[in-house]
Design a protein around this ligand. Structure first.
Ligand code: NAP
Length: 288
């Protein structure tokens, strides 16, 4: 298939690589050109100088950028995807953004005979590199049927949640669940260290029991080593938790732990840790 991929960051770079490895004809665009050049050197394919140019030949266009403003810019600006997309093509967005923007973009594209799917992911940079992402998708059924085989090239779970917007709402559930979990893990590690336990050993034993989690299994060792360069930045988590809290306010419910952890991440940003990964909650605890 002819594919365009816009946004070769921690996540997009390996995802686009899996599409190329599965034999698709991939044209990439990245704002910082050096990343597109590195990708081309590794995977072949083509490079475009604007998102519109990348989208012009594509049957399916993928985006994996930052926040609502970034996605609006790459889709709707004068050199944006919408200027290049042709009727019958589909835009699949892997960024974590608001459900409202996803629905708005779907409506805008529909007017031009194009379709949209929100397909946020979970599994981190490691999951993207290994092709083991969990992908929660909001799309009309016929659109999902067209894109599912492409998503399967880097997804271990690819699930249609409903129509456009439902993927982003599901990702919010994911972030609500994860936020409190990482803080609890940080507190457990902090406690274990202060109590003079062998922390690695403690994690090994409780990791076999009810306290186990993806975060515990994949992050405890790096947290103990004070390494916080694992791809999912605090700045992005702040964006995600703001989205959760905004959506919750609309639903008339409160999310007390999510709100608290969001405030902790705000403190980490003030420590110049916006690009540290989300497990840096332990560093905050140690310094507070
Ligand atoms: P990242 O490493 O910071 O990469 C962001 C990408 O978007 C870069 O290619 C960047 O281009 C591009 N971009 C951002 N704003 C842009 C704009 N206004 N115009 C054009 N290009 C723009 O981020 P990431 O970690 O890959 O995350 C991408 C998305 O996936 C985010 O929405 C994030 O919340 C979500 N996500 C991330 C993870 C994770 O573990 N990292 C997991 C799940 C979901 P430049 O190279 O020029 O900066």
């Amino acid at each position: 298939m002819k594919i365009a991929f816009i946004g070769l960051g921690n996540m997009g770079y390996p995802m686009a690589g899996h599409l190329a490895a599965h034999g698709h004809d991939v044209t990439v665009y990245n704002r910082t050109v050096a990343k597109a050049d590195a990708w081309l050197k590794q995977h072949g394919g083509h490079k475009a100088s604007t998102p519109a140019e990348a989208a012009a030949q594509a049957e399916v266009v993928f985006t994996c950028v930052g926040n609502d403003d970034d996605l609006s810019q790459v889709v709707l600006s004068e050199t944006g995807i919408i200027q290049g997309m042709t009727p019958g093509s589909v835009l699949v967005d892997h960024s974590t953004v608001s459900a409202t923007l996803s629905r708005d973009l779907a409506n805008t594209l529909k007017g031009g005979g194009m379709a949209f799917a929100d397909a946020p992911v979970s599994g981190g940079q490691q999951g993207a590199q290994r092709g083991q992402l969990s992908i929660m998708c909001g799309a009309e059924e016929n659109v999902f049927a067209r894109i599912e085989p492409l998503l399967a090239s880097y997804g271990k779970a690819v699930v249609r949640m409903g129509n456009v917007g439902s993927g982003q709402l599901t990702k919010m559930v994911n972030q609500i669940c994860v936020a409190g979990l990482i803080e609890a893990l940080a507190e457990g590690l902090h406690f274990a260290e202060k109590a003079g336990l062998d922390t690695g050993k403690a994690m090994q034993v409780i990791g076999q029991g009810a306290a186990s989690s993806w975060q515990l299994v994949n992050r405890h060792a790096t947290m103990l080593a004070d390494e916080y360069n694992h791809g999912f930045a605090v700045d992005w988590m702040r964006k995600d938790l703001d989205l959760c809290l905004e959506e919750a306010a609309g639903l008339g419910i409160s999310l007390p732990v999510t709100r608290q952890v969001n405030d902790f991440y705000r403190e980490i940003q003030a420590m110049q840790g916006g690009r540290w990964d989300t497990s840096s909650l332990l560093r905050r605890l140690k310094q507070s």
